[in-house]
Design a protein around this ligand. Structure first.
Ligand code: PGA
Length: 258
């Protein structure tokens, strides 16, 4: 159990910040601060808005940067009459390697439920794009003693009808809603406890795939708390929002061991 070394993954979630021009500058500024040795240790990803994906891809290709392109959302259908939506096939053609599905802001503001998240995740997988499936409880659910129950249900629903070999390739992001954008991160022991619970839940259905799936933490990560979070046995990386908007701060989070 736990014998497989999982590669850490650090992803900048830029949300609805930055024009394409700023996103290009941020990627370049990040790359100036990272060395080949950093990329050897961790997978680094940036999630710009849809309008910036193409420009970010150009910078990454031109400068031959080992930075992964991450999208913030995807539609479940391959194509069709879905005005305003973007398909996994469109993302794959832009060399997008990961896509965040089910972020709590989308669950809260755009009515995404586990069934939609599941369809999105499976659409991404079918195009070779790795879903980062976001789950997490609200403060009310935690204070009501329903944190595990809530997250457990989100995990089961979001990963439904996925074969175990696909589950092993996934990323799950545990992002307690009360920690997102609040400056109040989960204590490392609290994050570890929930992430270990998520892994055990995946193990009960998918066996050894639970040792491969990367489960990352998100919620008010900053250079001051990142090392303690990443030191926990089951925490395989981070999804970084506010602190990722400054390339220097983002680089400090990515190089959490220094
Ligand atoms: P935060 O956002 O780091 O600003 O809390 C994290 C996220 O929402 O992914």
């Amino acid at each position: 159990m736990g014998s497989i070394a999982r590669r850490p993954l650090m992803v900048a979630n830029w949300k609805m910040h930055g024009t394409f021009f700023e996103a290009m500058q941020w990627v370049q500024a990040l790359s100036y601060q990272l060395d080949p040795a950093d990329y050897d240790r961790v997978d680094v990803g940036v999630a710009p808005s849809f309008t910036s994906l193409r420009s970010v891809q150009t910078v990454i290709q031109m400068d031959d940067l080992p930075i992964h392109i991450v999208a913030q959302n995807v539609h479940w259908a391959n194509k069709g009459a879905y005005t305003g939506e973007v398909s996994a096939r469109m993302l794959a053609k832009l060399a997008v390697s990961y896509v965040i599905v089910g972020h709590s802001e989308r669950r809260r503001d755009f009515g995404e439920d586990d069934r939609m998240v599941n369809r999105k995740a499976r659409a991404a997988l079918s195009e070779g794009v790795t879903p980062i499936v976001a789950v997490g409880e609200t403060l009310e659910q935690r204070e009501g003693g329903r944190a595990e129950q809530t997250v457990g249900r989100q995990v089961s629903g979001s990963l439904a009808r996925m074969p175990s070999d696909q589950v092993g390739r996934l990323v799950v992001a545990y992002e307690p809603v009360w920690a997102i954008g609040t400056g109040r991160h989960a204590r490392p022991a609290v994050a570890q406890e929930m992430i270990s619970y998520i892994r055990s839940r995946i193990r009960s259905k998918h066996g050894d795939a639970a040792d491969q799936v990367r489960i990352i933490y998100g919620g008010s990560i900053n250079p001051g708390n990142v090392a303690a979070l990443m030191a926990k046995r089951d925490i395989d990386g981070g999804l970084i929002g506010g602190a990722s908007l400054d390339p220097g701060t983002l680089a400090a989070c990515v190089r959490y061991w220094t």
